[in-house]
Structures are given as structure tokens and as C-alpha cells.
Design a protein around this ligand. Structure first.
Ligand code: TXA
Ligand code: MG
Length: 333
């Protein structure tokens, strides 16, 4: 079976909805891209350091950036975590399957290739029927980062994965467009109190509600706590600038005057823009904004926009994650 899926087959043959095939390929040490509710992942058998090593080669990702291990259900938690505090059980009950990754002390047999040599491991149960079917069939953990080249925009369709990684994956499990659209919330539960290392699909308000106290963002250097949550990430080729509605018109006019190809992405239709400005389809409220943001950043590149002005969503719920990604896209010099 695996022999049928060599590098010579066309991209079309490497895409499909066969979760059992995806599981067999993982067991054979191959890389498989799979859908989750957040973004597509580039998966490998988390117990196979050689397969995990290939993720880093294909992505061009530094080897000390740890990977999230994806599990079929909460019942697998204790096989991967060395210690599970009560807060972790509460959060798993409330949000798994779902867009929440927990950083916990690792079980001693979790390979260094997965954890980047850290004493902790990131764990999550994704909320997508094909991913859950693949994971259940596989029966063990699947280490996976987002299925994009390092530093680039995360994929939210199978087409995005193929465009980015093409022949470097054995199979792309196609689960349609991702429902949430931005990555999982990462909560570090390995310290004295839970801290959010990356805002994501589960908002601070919902975490705080379940735990019964206000959960805070990590205050230290994020690049040290969660390598890969660097500034200058999630970047399209276009220069991204976050602006307020009030700043939009003068920034757009100035861009046009400078001879730049200017695009605009905003929650709603914007009246009165310079006719030379390309207005992308409005992104809507915070939830819709999250769903479409990565697709719109890719679209801006296809349209050869060189300055994309973005009016962000409201800073609540998943809107905070969208603003975080936009700030990182904008941080690229
Ligand atoms: O929604 C998501 O989380 C997606 C889907 C595919 O599950 N995955 C994803 O993976 O966004 P990636 O590798 O692009 O981002 C994972 C982040 C990285 O910044 C990494 O440093 C952090 O999680 N991380 C993973 N394990 C960690 C650990 N043990 N300690 C601290 N940070 C960790
Ligand atoms: Mg990523």
C-alpha cells in the first residue's frame, strides 16, 4: 500500500478522505497532512524520532521548536503527560476535543525530537471527525505542527497544504475548510499557575470561566517559553499593516500615492476608498475573521498586493488570537 503512494504520483492521487490509509502511512513512518478544526497539521508518528525529524526538514523549522502531540481522546493523556494537575483535567473535560493545547510535564518516554529537549510536552485532542478517525485508527500520538513552511501563513484547506508542501507529504487527508481558522490556544500548566503562551480558538474568558479565576497571558519572553511563537510569523509576501478605521483612508491614499498596490481587509464593506485600492471581501465578526484570515492573506499574495491594510476584529474571544497573528504578520520587516 505504502509503495503506491510514492513521490511520483500526482498531487490529486495524494489527496483524499481515507483516514484509515492516513493511519497506515503514519505507522509506516510517512508524513501525512490532516485537517483539524484550527488549521491543517503536518503529522508524523510521535514515537518515531526519524519520522518526526522529517517534519523539521520539510518545514525548514529549527529543531528546538517543540511539536504538539495530537491524541484521539482524553483517555490517552496519562500516556504522554508525566503529571496531570487538576486544572488540566478540568480544561480537558471542558474543551477537548477542541482548540486547546496544554503544556504538561512530559512522560519520560516522549522522544526529545518531539519536545525539543524540553521537560514538557504539548498535548491536544483536535475537534475534526477525520482527524479523530485517523488518530483512533492509528492508536497513538501524532506529532504535528501547522502544515506550512516555517514562518509562513498556516493552511486552512487541503489546497493550501498542497500549494505549500506539494510532493513532500505522502498524503493529504482532505477535511474541507477549517472551522476555527486560527491555531489552538496554548496553556502552560507546568508552572505554579496556568498561563496562556499563545491566544487561540478558546478565549481567555472561557478558560477563566472553567477554572474560576482570571487566566493571564504569559508575561515573560514568549520566544523562550514557546519557541515558534516568534514575532514575524504567519507572514505573507505583502507588507501587512494593522490600522484603525480612522487611519485607513489616509494610509490607503498615501500607499497609492507612493505607487504601491494597496489592498484593504476590514470587518465590513468600506465606503469611500480610493478606486485604485483593492478591497478584499469583508472578514465579518471575530469568529468569521478567524475563519478567513489566512485565506485572505494568501489571496493578497495572489493579487500581488504589496501593502495590505487590515482593520482587525474586536479584541474579544478568538478576536484576540486574530489580532495576535496580524501583529506577527505585520512584524515582518
Ligand atoms: O492548532 C494548532 O495548535 C495547530 C494544529 C495543527 O493542531 N498546530 C500548531 O502547531 O499550531 P505549531 O507547531 O505551528 O505551533 C505549536 C506551538 C509552537 O509555538 C511551539 O513552540 C509550542 O506550540 N509548543 C509545543 N510544545 C511545547 C512545549 N512543550 N513547551 C512550550 N511550547 C510548546
Ligand atoms: Mg505554525
Amino acid at each position: 500500500m505504502v509503495g503506491d503512494i510514492g513521490g511520483a504520483v500526482s498531487a490529486r492521487d495524494r489527496t483524499g478522505t481515507d483516514a484509515a490509509l492516513a493511519a497506515r502511512l503514519l505507522a509506516a513512518g510517512e508524513l501525512v497532512a490532516f485537517p483539524t478544526e484550527t488549521v491543517y497539521g503536518l503529522g508524523a508518528d510521535a514515537r518515531d524520532p526519524k519520522a518526526v525529524g522529517r517534519i523539521f526538514d520539510v518545514k525548514g523549522r529549527p529543531h528546538n521548536h517543540p511539536l504538539i502531540v495530537h491524541l484521539a481522546g482524553v483517555e490517552h493523556l496519562d500516556r504522554w503527560a508525566g503529571e496531570v494537575p487538576v486544572e488540566a483535567r478540568m480544561l480537558a473535560d471542558a474543551f477537548w476535543p477542541g482548540p486547546l493545547t496544554m503544556i504538561l510535564p512530559r512522560a519520560t518516554d516522549v522522544p526529545d525530537a518531539v519536545t525539543g529537549g524540553h521537560t514538557t510536552v504539548g498535548l491536544r485532542v483536535p475537534d475534526h471527525p477525520l482527524a479523530l478517525e485517523m488518530l483512533a485508527e492509528f492508536g497513538s500520538g501524532v506529532a504535528a505542527p501547522s502544515a506550512n513552511r516555517f514562518g509562513r501563513v498556516s493552511p486552512t484547506t487541503a489546497g493550501h497544504v498542497l500549494a505549500d508542501l506539494g510532493a513532500d507529504v505522502a498524503y493529504v487527508l482532505d477535511g474541507g475548510p477549517c472551522r476555527v481558522g486560527v491555531e489552538s490556544t496554548i496553556v502552560d500548566l507546568s508552572g505554579d499557575e496556568p498561563e496562556v503562551l499563545r491566544p487561540g480558538g478558546v478565549g481567555f474568558d472561557r478558560l477563566s470561566e472553567v477554572l474560576g479565576y482570571g487566566v493571564k497571558a504569559w508575561q515573560g519572553d514568549r520566544a523562550v517559553a514557546a519557541p515558534g511563537t516568534l514575532d514575524s510569523h504567519y507572514a505573507p509576501d505583502a507588507t501587512v499593516e494593522l490600522v484603525t478605521m480612522a487611519e485607513l483612508f489616509t494610509r490607503a491614499a498615501a500607499g497609492v500615492t507612493d505607487g504601491r498596490r494597496v489592498g484593504v481587509l476590514a470587518p465590513r464593506v468600506t465606503e469611500g476608498l480610493d478606486p485604485a485600492v483593492i478591497e478584499l471581501e469583508p472578514a465579518g465578526d471575530a469568529e468569521e475573521f478567524a475563519q478567513v484570515i489566512y485565506g485572505r492573506l494568501r489571496q493578497a499574495d495572489r493579487l500581488r498586493i504589496d501593502l495590505l491594510l487590515v482593520v482587525g476584529p474586536e479584541p474579544r474571544g478568538v478576536g484576540i488570537a486574530v489580532l495576535d497573528r496580524l501583529a506577527r504578520a505585520a512584524a515582518r520587516a
